[in-house]
Design a protein around this ligand. Structure first.
Ligand code: XIL
Length: 376
């Protein structure tokens, strides 16, 4: 914790004590979000946040969080407010979170979280429009033919894009086959019990469905006067060069795709990992689209080696991705204890119940501080 934190917390507590909250309803009245006194700018305190340092390099820094993570941990809104510029909802904008069994769309939980993003002063990334996992299969399985599936998909894309104001969307997620040498998926091996729905099987090919997804997204942008970046996103691009080529080739050939993203769920045990990360960033840049690291986490048993890898990723992103193509870096979570890959894999920047910063936080922080010429 930096030297200005105690006065900030003290002021925040005073503000909370003197405001009954009646005139300023808050989404989470029990959470005090620290606000810096106006004279305490980073320029005169030296107290930059990670997000501020990343923004100096044109990197919009984000974190994913879930509804209950925010409700149960007062540190989450505080960290989002202080450290980040952008957020992704971990689950709450997925098909099975929005669409009910009768096919209607219910935005209430996501909307509550949208209000939190405003409280925290962060922008929202839209995750996700087209995916095979976490779908409302109770509803989808009632659809009688392919035309009905296509209509349901189109209505979903339009409904989501009309409702949410986001800076970018994952239009499709995980549509390439593992080890498929660049082929689109036709079967779904991941999370088989997790509301899997094979959209592509209702179209002449999975590619036709992906084409449709980007067409609907581009058309909805025009209709609603919105200009989000439209991403194609996948995992294991570092370790599966065939898949990476498939994604990059597809993106190059579809003008409706304006961004390419690697999830970058990686593991320190992967051989030659640094080289694989650099090769992936170079391939993504060569598409000419916006380039984003969408779901960064690193499994490890050595949090010092992990810190070095996180620094390397920032260093390479800045070295390889030209400023005009920087779509940002988002961590898939905040605290190891709430990570989808398990606390025992130590994947993120904060740890334990009091949210101690890990070596990775300091390593990235000091790297950016130095790069920005602010370390003296
Ligand atoms: C994960 C969430 O973090 C988990 O809470 C959920 O149980 C499963 O999905 N790729 C994606 C994300 O695109 O949506 C996934 O999120 C992680 C892998």
């Amino acid at each position: 914790m930096k030297n200005t934190s105690l006065p900030i917390l003290f002021c925040a507590c005073l503000m909370a004590a003197f405001s009954c909250g009646k005139d300023e309803p808050q989404s989470r009245p029990d959470v005090v979000i620290p606000t810096k006194p106006e004279n305490e700018t980073p320029e005169n305190t030296g107290d930059y946040s990670l997000g501020e340092l990343a923004a100096m390099q044109g990197i919009k820094l984000g974190a994913a969080f879930t509804y209950w993570e925010y409700r149960l941990n007062a540190q989450v809104p505080q960290i989002l407010t202080r450290e980040f510029d952008a957020v992704t909802f971990g689950n709450e904008m997925k098909h099975d979170a929005i669409v009910k069994a009768n096919g209607t769309m219910d935005f209430s939980t996501a909307d509550e979280m949208v209000r939190w993003t405003k409280d925290c002063g962060v922008e929202l990334f839209g995750h996700v429009l087209g995916w095979h996992s976490q779908q409302q299969t109770d509803y989808l399985n009632t659809l009688k033919d392919d035309a009905a599936v296509d209509e349901a998909f189109k209505n979903y894309v339009y409904g989501m894009m009309e409702h949410f104001d986001v800076y970018a969307w994952d239009v499709v997620n995980e549509t390439f086959a593992d080890g498929g040498n660049g082929a689109f998926r036709t079967v779904y091996t991941t999370q088989p019990a997790n509301h899997v729905y094979v959209w592509g099987s209702h179209y002449p090919s999975t590619k036709d469905w992906v084409d449709k997804a980007f067409q609907y997204a581009a058309d909805a942008c025009k209709k609603y006067g919105k200009t989000p970046v439209l991403y194609i996103n996948d995992y294991n691009l570092e370790t599966d060069p065939g898949k990476r080529n498939g994604l990059c080739d597809y993106a190059k050939n579809n003008p409706n795709v304006t961004g390419v993203a690697t999830q970058m769920h990686i593991d320190m045990a992967i051989p030659d990992l640094k080289n694989k990360i650099s090769e992936t960033l170079k391939a993504l840049v060569a598409t000419g689209k916006m380039v984003r690291i969408a779901e960064l986490d690193i499994k490890t048993q050595d949090i010092n080696a992990q810190a070095d890898m996180f620094r390397y990723i920032f260093e390479q992103y800045i070295a390889i991705v030209p400023a005009a193509q920087r779509g940002g870096i988002t961590f898939w979570g905040i605290n190891d204890k709430d990570s989808w890959v398990g606390e025992e894999n130590h994947p993120l920047l904060w740890m334990d119940s009091v949210y101690n910063k890990k070596p990775a936080y300091d390593e990235i922080y000091n790297f950016l501080l130095e790069l920005n010429g602010l370390n003296s």
